[in-house]
Design a binder for this molecule. Structure first.
Ligand SMILES: C[S@@+](CC[C@H](N)C(=O)[O-])C[C@H]1O[C@@H](n2cnc3c(N)ncnc32)[C@H](O)[C@@H]1O
Length: 270
């Protein structure tokens, strides 16, 4: 078989598996080609792709049942009752560990961020997970242009359903941000609690990603404690951020929440 056919067969095998059927095909194809260059046997290549997808997609962080969640949102938006809408978003945010951990700080989280950056007219959310459902806590108008990027297809379809119900333009997209750095022009780009995994999965792409983003403000966050053992990560990530932007005359402001360490970085000249 030719290399291209081998890659096709491997992509098909991955897309047929229950766990990764919903992953962006371009992501799977890239991983499949890399795996086949390293492994002669298709079985070993399949195992390698699945291991990488486990690290990239982090399915262990959780997901709602998307169809059920969409039905619930349709029903609560029909009531036009903001408190019911917020309650439904809150419940859905609980279904993914990253957003679940943010719920106790959500009332002040975006207020504090936008106090520094100013309220964005255009917001980018990279590797968004379910975070766009936090829109009711952002205090932004519905003419905000809210771009959200992820490689999980049903999650993005669900977020676009939510955006439409909320009166926002459906600007969520299935896009592998490691293969295609987002190029939309914006005021603020959120990259929340994903930088360490991104560097682990894609080597040193973190810095070029930040450099290429066409925004005035980068908002990058990290967990304050390790998942296993509860060790403080604050100093480690402070040092990491200093190194990540070293050599740029970008201004960095730190915000420390109970569960999240966050940096607002003003890109000069943007
Ligand atoms: C930890 S979760 C979500 C974190 C979210 N930013 C938050 O703080 O609520 C990481 C997300 O990144 C997505 N992801 C991982 N690698 C990606 C890539 N290369 N391009 C786009 N999305 C990616 C995963 O599918 C997953 O939804």
């Amino acid at each position: 078989m030719s290399f291209v056919k081998d890659v096709d067969a491997l992509v098909t095998a991955v897309k047929q598996s229950k766990k990764y059927a919903d992953t962006c095909e371009e992501t799977v194809r890239q991983l499949a080609a890399e795996a086949l260059r390293r492994h002669k046997k298709p079985k070993q290549a399949l195992k390698a792709v699945r291991a990488q997808l486990h690290s990239i997609m982090a399915p262990y962080l959780g997901d709602p049942l998307y169809e059920e969640a969409s039905r619930r949102l349709t029903a609560v938006f029909a009531t036009q009752d903001p408190s019911q809408i917020k309650a439904a978003c809150y419940d859905i945010l609980q279904e993914h560990l990253s957003t679940q951990e943010r719920l106790p700080i959500l009332e002040t989280f975006y207020r504090e961020i936008f106090r520094i950056t100013g309220p964005p007219a255009t917001l980018l959310d990279l590797a968004c997970g379910l975070n766009p459902l936090a829109f009711p806590w952002m205090g932004l108008p519905t003419n905000t242009r809210f771009y959200a990027y992820d490689i999980h297809e049903p999650r993005i379809a669900f977020i676009n359903d939510y955006f439409s119900l909320q009166g926002l333009e459906p600007l969520a997209r299935v896009q592998d941000i490691a293969l295609h750095f987002p190029q939309e022009q914006g005021d603020v780009a959120l990259f929340l609690k994903e930088m360490p995994r991104f560097m682990r999965n894609y080597g040193n792409l973190g810095r070029p990603l930040l450099e290429s983003l066409n925004v005035r403000w980068l908002v990058i966050s990290f967990p304050t404690v390790s998942t296993h053992g509860g060790r403080s990560l604050i100093n480690r990530y402070r040092d990491f951020m200093q190194q990540l932007i070293a050599g740029h005359n970008w201004l960095m402001t730190e915000l420390l929440f109970a569960s999240e360490l966050l940096f607002c970085v003003q890109k000069q000249g943007k």
